[in-house]
Ligand binder design. Structure first.
Ligand SMILES: Cc1cc2nc3c(=O)[nH]c(=O)nc-3n(C[C@H](O)[C@H](O)[C@H](O)COP(=O)(O)O)c2cc1C
Length: 387
C-alpha cells in the first residue's frame, strides 16, 4: 500500500486503476487545455502571509454553505459518469461526503439515480440539473429531487452546448461508449475495476434511461443527449426553473461580474464562480482570477462559492480569503474515488482538511470565518489589466 500524502498520489493511483477512456474523461479540459491548466497554476501565483506567536489552539474549519452546517466549506462538485470511475461511484462518494460532514452534489448525468443515492444515504444532498428543453422532464427531475429530500438544486448555466475535449473523441467516449481496439485492450488490463463493474447493475445514466421520453435503453441515449440541451437558454428560463423547483437554488458556472449581478436579480441563493473545471470555454480566465471582480460586484448580496482548479487545502484557503463562502472539488475527489472507492474519497477530504487546518494555523488564524485578504500576498499581475 503506497503512502498517500497528497491529491497527486490519488491521481496517479486513479490513472493506474481506471480504464484510460474514463481517466482521460476526468483529467482533461477543452481544446488546448489552457484554462484547465491555469485554473491550478493561477492559485500558485498567490502566496500566504505567515504570522507567528499567535495562539493557534482550538482551531475550527466548521462553517455553513447555504445555511447548512459543514465540517469545512468544501463540497463535492457534480461530476457526470462518476459511477464509471469506480462501480457505484456516486453512492460511494455521497456516503464519504455524508460521513465527513460536507455537501454532495449529484449530477443529472450520474450513473446511480437520485433515488438510489437517497436510499444509500441518510442526509439530504444537492441535485444538479442541466438546462434542458423538455419541461416535462425537468419538472419530473425536480419532483424526483424533492421526493428524495434534496435540500438544494444546482443549476449549471455554462453548458447549453458542449466544449470539445480531444481525448474523449479519440477514445470513443460517448453515450453509449464506442469501443476502439485500443480502448478494449486497455480495458482488459484493468481487472479489479472490471470485476467490480461486472458485479454492479449500475452502468448507465440512472436519471435518464427509463425516465426521459424515448430513452428506454442505453442505445437511444446518444440521440437524446444531442437534442436535450437548450441552446436558447436565457435569464427568464432560469427564473422559470427556480419557480418549478420552489426551493434553494445555486447557479453554477458564473465567470463574469455582469452575469453575477443577473444571477442576484433572478434570486439565486448562491452562485458558483466556475468555468466547469476548464471543460467549456478554453481561453476563459481561471475561476480564482475572476473571483475578486465577482466579489466586488455581488459579494454583499449573495453567497459566492468557487470551483475549478482546487487540488489542496491551501487552494481552498486562498479562495476563502478572497471572499468565497464555499468551494467545491471535482477531480480531487474523483481521483480518490478512482484510486480506492469510498475510502479514497474520504482520503481526499482528509488530505484537504489537514492542509486547510495547518495552513490556517501557520497563517495565524483559528477560525475559518476570520480568513481574509490580510492572509494573502497577491502580486499585482494577478489582478491583470485586461482590456
Ligand atoms: C469528469 C467531470 C465531469 C463533470 N460533470 C459535470 C456535470 O455533470 N455537471 C456539472 O455541473 N459539472 C460537471 N463537471 C464540472 C464540476 O462540477 C466542477 O465544476 C469542476 O470539476 C471543478 O473543477 P476541478 O475538477 O478542477 O475541481 C464535471 C467535471 C469533471 C472533471
Amino acid at each position: 500500500m503506497p503512502v498517500i500524502t497528497e491529491i497527486e498520489d490519488l491521481r496517479r493511483m486513479h490513472k493506474r486503476r481506471t480504464p484510460k477512456m474514463f481517466y482521460d474523461y476526468a483529467e482533461s479540459g477543452s481544446w488546448t487545455e489552457q484554462t484547465f491548466r491555469e485554473n491550478s497554476s493561477d492559485f500558485d501565483m498567490i502566496r500566504l502571509r505567515q504570522r507567528i506567536a499567535v495562539d493557534m489552539a482550538g482551531r475550527s474549519t466548521k462553517s455553513q454553505m447555504i445555511g447548512e452546517d459543514v465540517a469545512m466549506p468544501v463540497a463535492l462538485a457534480p461530476v457526470g459518469l462518476t459511477g464509471m470511475q469506480c462501480a457505484d461511484g456516486e453512492i460511494k462518494a455521497a456516503r464519504a461526503a455524508e460521513k465527513f460532514g460536507v455537501p454532495f452534489a449529484l449530477s443529472t448525468m450520474s450513473i446511480c439515480s437520485i433515488e438510489d443515492v437517497a436510499d444509500h444515504t441518510t442526509k439530504p444532498f444537492w441535485f444538479q440539473v442541466y438546462t434542458l428543453k423538455d419541461d416535462e422532464f425537468m419538472q419530473r427531475l425536480f419532483d424526483r429531487a424533492r421526493a428524495a429530500n434534496c435540500s438544494a438544486i444546482v443549476i449549471t448555466v455554462d453548458l447549453q452546448i458542449m466544449g470539445q475535449r480531444h481525448k474523449d473523441l479519440k477514445n470513443g467516449l460517448s453515450a453509449p461508449p464506442k469501443f476502439t481496439i485500443a480502448s478494449m485492450a486497455n480495458l482488459a488490463t484493468k481487472i479489479p475495476w472490471g470485476l467490480e463493474m461486472l458485479r454492479t447493475k449500475r452502468r448507465f445514466f440512472g436519471n435518464i434511461v427509463g425516465h426521459a421520453k424515448g430513452v428506454s435503453d442505453p442505445s437511444s441515449l446518444a440521440s437524446w443527449t444531442a437534442e436535450a440541451f437548450d441552446p436558447s437558454l436565457d435569464w427568464e428560463r432560469i427564473k422559470q426553473f427556480r419557480k418549478m423547483w420552489g426551493g434553494k437554488v445555486i447557479l453554477k458556472g458564473i465567470l463574469d461580474a455582469e452575469d453575477a449581478k443577473k444571477a442576484v436579480e433572478v434570486g439565486a441563493d448562491a452562485i458558483v464562480v466556475s468555468n466547469h473545471g476548464g471543460r467549456q470555454l478554453d481561453g476563459a480566465l481561471s475561476s480564482i482570477r475572476i473571483l475578486p471582480e465577482v466579489m466586488d460586484a455581488v459579494g454583499d448580496k449573495v453567497e459566492v462559492h468557487l470551483d475549478s482548479g482546487i487540488r489542496s487545502g491551501q487552494d481552498v484557503l486562498k479562495a476563502l480569503a478572497l471572499g468565497a463562502k464555499g468551494t467545491y472539488i471535482g477531480r480531487a475527489f474523483v481521483n480518490g474515488l478512482g484510486a480506492m472507492g469510498e475510502a479514497g474519497v474520504t482520503k481526499a477530504l482528509e488530505i484537504i482538511h489537514k492542509e486547510l487546518d495547518v495552513t490556517m494555523a501557520l497563517c495565524g488564524e483559528r477560525d475559518i470565518a476570520n480568513l481574509g485578504k490580510h492572509n494573502l500576498l497577491v502580486p499585482k499581475e494577478f489582478y491583470g489589466d485586461w482590456a
